[in-house]
Ligand binder design. Structure first.
Ligand SMILES: Cc1cc2nc3c(=O)[nH]c(=O)nc-3n(C[C@H](O)[C@H](O)[C@H](O)COP(=O)(O)OP(=O)(O)OC[C@H]3O[C@@H](n4cnc5c(N)ncnc54)[C@H](O)[C@@H]3O)c2cc1C
Length: 419
């Protein structure tokens, strides 16, 4: 059996390990754009802030490819898939324009690409995305001469970039469309608490404006905003979200929506071709609809499940759940599932805020099950709450009891239904 895996991120890594566990003899080839060995992508922001040295990034032993008898084809970007003849194209060596790699089973785990920003001058030096270890290496090199940084986007990546740069003692301006950071993960109350914490630590925030152009002589020096103002910056980070990396995927043979559409075995419409991780789209457990949840734990689970199915053991994936745990200066933040239900749904929302303690707990119920949560500085039993969402466990105590961090997890599943 010839297995071919596109990508060497965590979804690919877990898939390769699952295949090798079940099939000691099959040939596994891994084609990857990045030549760096598999690493912990979320940790690049910790490298930026200086909390973790770059040599802590790898997630596997340096002999990973040898140990698993994988043929790595690194530093090459797959450019196309010939579904009928079961081949993947990569740039060739020497005179050949391209090389075809044959497969019996294929996994597409190409992750996501940063969403580009439409502005003039984005080619200037010291304007970065923050997706790869190479991006962060570039940012680290720019730090010694940087005094003012501009960060675009208040999503997970923009927010982490702003935090990391603030911790490096750089003056940071964060430009966000919504009135607060992490708008996809938290609600307005939690968002404002996070914003206050960032401002307390020196963050400058601009809302409602966009960058029209960057100025500078070779290297970025300023940003010109849609509201007519100009911001001095000798470094800029574009953190406007990500898009599944599927430009090389033939849409006639493989169904795509935002991501590559897969079934519960992580298989696409094309038999024997699978997708996993940030590039894949399947059902979101809380939303009960198709969704791309581009988060690390789901990439791990999906990669593993895809690998097992590719190697012939049928295993079903239940669906993904958005969730995150983040520490920002003095705040612990935990979120999961649907945090901002649309107004016309039958969801019931309960909340408790304590300004004195700077704590917040919000729960979203759908019928008798928990569908979402957002918590700040009061995240005890957050793991239990997540598993209640994930398992759609009927809540058998009053929902308000779950606002108490000391709720009795055993009672949740016993007794009469109140929620
Ligand atoms: C700064 C940052 C912070 C994050 N923080 C968190 C967090 O706190 N919590 C969390 O859960 N998640 C976080 N994430 C998201 C998490 O890192 C991703 O969900 C996870 O890495 C996805 O893994 P993957 O294997 O699907 O894709 P990736 O890790 O993106 O790996 C895909 C690989 O495929 C390669 N590739 C792409 N196209 C091709 C091609 N055509 N040919 C060959 N190779 C290709 C890419 O170069 C890459 O190496 C963060 C991400 C970033 C960038």
């Amino acid at each position: 059996m010839k297995y071919l895996i596109i990508g060497n991120g965590v979804a690919s890594t877990c898939a390769a390990e699952a295949i090798r566990q079940l099939d000691p003899e099959g040939a596994i080839t891994m084609v990857a754009d990045e030549a760096f060995p598999p690493y912990c992508r979320p940790m690049i922001s910790m490298v930026l802030e200086g909390a973790v040295p770059p040599d802590r990034l790898p997630i596997r032993d340096k002999n990973f490819y040898d140990n698993l008898k994988i043929t790595p084809v690194l530093g090459k970007r797959a450019t196309g898939i010939d579904v009928k003849n079961r081949r993947v194209f990569v740039p060739g060596n020497g005179d050949s324009a391209q090389t075809a790699i044959e497969f019996d089973k294929l996994l597409i785990a190409s992750g996501a690409d940063p969403r580009p920003v439409r502005a003039e001058g984005t080619g200037l030096k010291n304007i970065f995305y923050m997706r790869t270890e190479q991006h962060v290496r570039g940012m680290l090199a720019a730090l010694p001469s940087a005094r003012n940084a501009l960060v675009l986007g208040g999503g997970l990546v923009g927010f982490k970039a702003a935090y990391g740069l603030l911790r490096r003692g750089i003056r940071v301006t964060l430009l966000i469309r919504s009135g607060y950071p992490l708008a996809m993960q938290v609600d307005e109350t939690a968002g404002k608490m996070i914003l206050d914490e960032l401002i307390r630590h020196g963050l400058d925030v601009r809302v409602g404006a966009e960058v029209r152009a960057f100025g500078g002589n070779g290297t970025v020096q300023s940003a010109h905003l849609s509201d007519g103002t100009e911001i001095p910056c000798d470094m800029a980070v574009i953190g406007k979200g990500v898009l599944p990396a599927l430009s090389f995927v033939p849409r006639d043979d493989i169904d795509t929506d935002l991501g590559i559409m897969v079934d519960e075995h992580m298989e696409t419409r094309a038999p024997g071709i699978f997708a996993a991780g940030d590039v894949a789209e399947f059902i979101d457990i809380a939303r009960q609809t198709r969704w791309v949840n581009a988060i690390w734990p789901e990439a791990v689970a999906q990669g593993r499940i895809a690998g097992m199915n590719m190697a012939g053991r049928p295993v079903a994936y239940r669906g993904s759940l958005s969730r995150n745990v983040i520490r920002i200066f003095g705040l612990d933040i935990m979120t999961g599932g649907i945090v901002n239900p649309p107004e016309n749904t039958s969801c019931r929302v309960i909340r408790r805020i304590s300004p004195a303690q700077n704590t917040y707990r919000k729960l979203v119920f759908h019928g008798e099950t928990l569908a979402g949560m957002a918590m700040i500085n009061n995240i005890d039993q957050g793991g239990v709450l997540l598993s209640l969402i994930q398992n759609k466990t009927p809540i058998r105590i009053p929902g308000e009891a779950l606002l108490e961090p000391s709720f009795n997890a055993r009672q949740v599943m016993g007794g009469p239904v109140f929620a």
